[in-house]
Structure formats: structure tokens, C-alpha cells
Design a protein around this ligand. Structure first.
Ligand SMILES: [Zn+2]
Length: 363
């Protein structure tokens, strides 16, 4: 699986994870503090009231966010405006029949080339909508800066970038984590240790769409965008014995490089007090089973990160421009890191600059 060889990987090889506190975002059940849900409550009506209150709060927060049909319009408007570097396609439909639209961005969209493919997936969890907004901003920034900005030009010329702004449009419209069947899509993939998701009949249409997408396109790397913490998470997510331990996959160094590249390019992710360097091994944080990240690595040979890009799962919409600025360089650098020229050439100094603080942080 060692298909990515980063020339500067040695800079990161001694990097050790530290003692991270457990918080809930990418996995587990929504935490009572963050979501308003009370798990295991024996008082059903109280729980219902809290859920209704939670929904009302999210309804308020949804003002200023694009609805599903507005996201669809924005995707189509983007592809109309930037048809020279993009195309649109759907990988399937949600439970309620909403198309799962993807934008492909490349100088030769839809054509087979000897170039790496990268995918971004937003809104895996319905109540984590920041990613879908940022992905539309990313697509438009790339289009606006093609042939003007070297990084935009490099990505469009040398990568096939596929962007699925919302994997869970039904969950978004229901203002909740799961899909329309209330299934957590990031627990619905086949698992390497446990057979709980092996029954094809119960697999959700959104999950099936991702699985068949990976059979069609050979992605080199990818990232899914979540909220509820600020950290770049990498495999393995699960451990064989269900213990919370650092559980390294065979490409641990490459993954730590990718996660560090994201966190060091971010405005403040690497300054985290909770996660040393702003990165974490998934199983060390807390084990997750049936997640999309490990499945991508095992079955698609695709290096996937799970990016938690906002402590607040559903921040007010007026914070979106700031969140975009905080994540912009991280997103661009992560995609560009698949390109040999980027790693060896004129961005050499940036990468060296990233390397130094990491070495210092080991002391
Ligand atoms: Zn999530």
C-alpha cells in the first residue's frame, strides 16, 4: 500500500503522539454537552423535549447555510461557469432520493490521465455542515485562480480533484447526525475486525454509493470533513481488541505526514492543547468501527484522513468566511502534496518550514 513516497517523510518519522484527551466528534454518540441529547435517559418525554429543543436551535443556526437545493444550484452554477475545468456527476441518491452530486475539477475533467485523483467528502454527518460550505468555496477559489495562482494551477493541471459536498443531504435537512434511516454513515462500512456491517441488505444507499464510487475511480488520497473538534485524524480508527491504543497502520509515517501537513497549514489546528501537533491516530483518540476512513485504505488503497475542522459542529453562518480562511491553505496543500513537482520543486521551502516546528515540538 506504500504508493505515496514523500521525500520529506523522514522529517516526521520520529514524531510521537502524546496523551490526548477523549472528546466526541467523529465517532461515538453525540455528547450531551454538544448536542443536547441525553443518552440512556429513562424519561422518554424529557428526551423528546430536549431533542425538539435541539432541533429548534439547529433550525436557527441553519440560517445563512445553503439548503440542499441551494447546494445543488451552487454546484450546477459552478460547473456552468467553470466548464473548462470541471464536470458534474452523481454517484447515487440518498434514502429520500436526493442526488449525491460530485464536481470533478481538472484541466481534463472526465478523461483518464496518469495523474493522482483526490476526493473531498463533506457533511458525512448531517449536523456537521461546515464542510459542504467550505468545499463550494474551495471549488470556486480554484476556478477563480486558475492560471493566476501557482497552487490553483498546479492542482487543476496535475490532479483530478473530486468534491462531494454532501454525503448526507437527508441528515442535513433533518438537522441530525444520521441519514433518513437514522444510521450513522461513518459506522456503516465493512469493518476489518468485526462483521457487523457485512449484510449487504442493510447497507445504506449513501454508503453503497461511496463503495461503488471507489470501484470506478482509483483515488490516491482523500479527506472527509467533520465538526466537533479541531484535529486531523488518521488510520487505524479501530483496534482488534477494542482497546483505546495507538494502532499504527502499515503507512503510519505517510499518514502522519499528511495529517501534519494539514494541521501545520491550518491557522491554529497545530496549536491544539488537546492533540499534540493537531493530529491523532484514530484508535488512540477512541476506536471507531465501520468507519469510512479505514475502509478506504483497506479496500481502495486510498489514503483517507478524517478532518475535524471546527470545534463547534454547527457554528453561526457568519463564521464560515473565517473557517474558510483557516482551512484554505490546508486543503490546497493536502491536495497538492500528491504532485511530485510540488514536493520537490518550488514549494520546497514551504515544506521545510513545516518540518522545523514539528521537530521542535518533539522536545
Ligand atoms: Zn462527523
Amino acid at each position: 500500500m506504500k504508493k505515496l513516497i514523500f521525500p520529506f517523510i523522514l522529517c516526521f518519522s520520529l514524531y510521537l503522539s502524546s496523551f490526548f484527551r477523549l472528546t466526541i466528534a467523529r465517532g461515538g454518540e453525540p455528547s450531551p454537552n454538544r448536542s443536547g441529547f441525553v443518552e440512556n435517559s429513562s424519561v422518554g418525554s424529557l428526551r423528546q423535549l430536549l431533542e425538539e429543543d435541539h432541533f429548534r436551535k439547529l433550525e436557527k443556526l441553519a440560517r445563512g447555510y445553503m439548503s440542499n437545493s441551494e447546494v445543488e444550484k451552487a454546484i450546477k452554477a459552478f460547473v456552468d461557469r467553470c466548464s473548462h475545468i470541471s464536470r458534474i456527476y452523481s454517484i447515487g441518491k440518498s434514502v429520500l432520493g436526493f442526488p449525491l452530486w460530485v464536481m470533478e475539477i481538472s484541466d481534463k475533467p472526465g478523461e483518464e490521465e496518469a495523474e493522482p485523483a483526490f476526493k473531498f467528502i463533506g457533511n458525512v454527518h448531517g449536523d456537521e455542515p461546515v464542510g459542504r460550505e467550505l468545499l463550494l468555496l474551495l471549488a470556486n477559489w480554484l476556478c477563480n485562480n486558475y492560471m493566476k495562482d501557482p497552487l490553483a494551477t498546479l492542482i487543476i493541471d496535475k490532479v483530478h480533484l473530486h468534491i462531494l459536498p454532501s454525503m448526507n443531504p437527508d441528515g442535513f435537512s433533518l438537522r441530525r447526525r444520521g441519514n433518513a434511516n437514522n444510521i450513522d454513515l461513518n459506522r456503516d462500512f465493512p469493518d476489518q475486525f468485526f462483521p457487523m456491517n457485512d449484510d449487504l441488505g442493510t447497507r445504506q444507499p449513501e454508503t453503497k454509493a461511496i463503495i461503488s464510487w471507489l470501484r470506478e475511480i482509483r483515488f490516491t488520497a482523500s479527506a472527509s470533513l467533520h465538526g466537533g473538534a479541531l484535529v486531523a485524524n488518521y488510520p487505524w480508527d479501530g483496534t482488534e481488541n477494542k482497546q483505546k491504543n495507538y494502532y499504527a497502520c502499515p503507512d503510519d509515517e505517510t499518514f502522519r505526514f499528511m495529517a501534519s501537513l494539514y494541521s501545520r497549514s491550518h491557522y491554529n489546528m497545530s496549536l491544539s492543547k488537546e492533540f499534540r501537533g493537531g493530529i491523532t491516530n484514530g484508535a488512540f483518540w477512541y476506536p471507531v468501527y465501520g468507519g469510512m476512513q479505514d475502509w478506504n485504505y483497506i479496500h481502495g488503497s486510498c489514503f483517507e484522513l478524517t478532518l475535524e475542522i471546527s470545534d463547534n459542529k454547527w457554528p453561526a453562518a457568519n463564521e464560515l468566511p473565517t473557517l474558510w480562511e483557516f482551512n484554505k491553505m490546508s486543503m490546497l496543500n493536502l491536495v497538492a502534496s500528491l504532485v511530485k513537482e510540488y514536493m520537490e520543486g518550488y514549494f520546497h521551502q514551504i515544506v521545510e518550514g513545516l518540518c522545523l516546528p514539528l521537530l521542535q515540538s518533539r522536545e
